[in-house]
Design a binder for this molecule. Sequence first.
Ligand SMILES: NC(=O)c1ccc[n+]([C@@H]2O[C@H](COP(=O)([O-])OP(=O)(O)OC[C@H]3O[C@@H](n4cnc5c(N)ncnc54)[C@H](O)[C@@H]3O)[C@@H](O)[C@H]2O)c1
Length: 276
Amino acid sequence: MDNFAGGVAVVTGAGSGIGRAIALQCAREGMQVAVADIMAGRLAALGEELKSEGVTVLVRELDVSDADAVTAFANEVLDTLGTPRLLFNNAGILQIGETWTQTSESWQKLLTINLMGVVHGLNAFVPAMLEAGEAAHIVNTGSVGSVVVAPGMAQYTASKMAVRGVTESLLYDLAAHQAPIGVSLLCPGPVLTAISDELMGIEPGDGTAPPTEHLMAGQPDFIPAEQVAAQVFDGIRAGNFWIFTHPLSKYLEDTFADIVAARNPAYREVVFDASR
Ligand SMILES: NC(=O)c1ccc[n+]([C@@H]2O[C@H](COP(=O)([O-])OP(=O)(O)OC[C@H]3O[C@@H](n4cnc5c(N)ncnc54)[C@H](O)[C@@H]3O)[C@@H](O)[C@H]2O)c1
């Protein structure tokens, strides 16, 4: 789809990083934008920037792990702006640690945000989108962790692989309803955002400035969030399910060859395809 102007876009986790860049891109496309984030301070700066694009904006503090709150947010969006043409279930957090060291509470926190936050967004918005019967597109934010396993990342990987499962299922469920709703799984590689600030002991900012340090700062392939937003819109226009910010085909070919041959997993560094 490429009919964005005048439509409604909804972005969760919009206060910073990838969500923020997507929200701004939606406004530049002439969309009405509803943005939500758990950090109200980040939304104030974003709201002003969105309004300066001359579009209608709805700004709400929201914890996506709270199903009732997401439903209330959706009802407000539907009542005041209308049915979303673009829905971005994007809010997410990163927690790290060896597999056996993470408490049940810590697992619960991450999974209720990264996985259930996506589910809550789908439950709250998709029935109205189906009922409207109009062309629309849903982008759930996964990660390279939706297809790649790395040490020290059990919680995050589990959540993002589950988001992949939910998103692919969503694709088939909507197809079974012959719904005119496209679906994408955004799988970012390293993007310069605030996602590792808490882990690095960095005070959270207002989401406008890229962080000075990053957990994965040693990785050479960091890209700005604005580049991801452009890739996302390219992906939606092309109707692509997979939106990889950093192509991974060599890694996936090697990994799936191991699985097909029933070889034991062997951790391999992700090398993004330089040629693409
Ligand atoms: N930055 C990367 O390298 C990278 C790589 C792969 C995937 N991702 C994914 O991209 C998405 C966006 O992350 P980002 O990198 O832009 O990070 P970010 O921290 O800059 O932005 C995430 C935003 O989500 C918000 N948020 C956190 N918990 C929330 C909750 N319970 N309810 C509502 N909002 C909440 C945060 O306040 C923050 O503003 C996440 O799902 C993340 O897992 C990021």
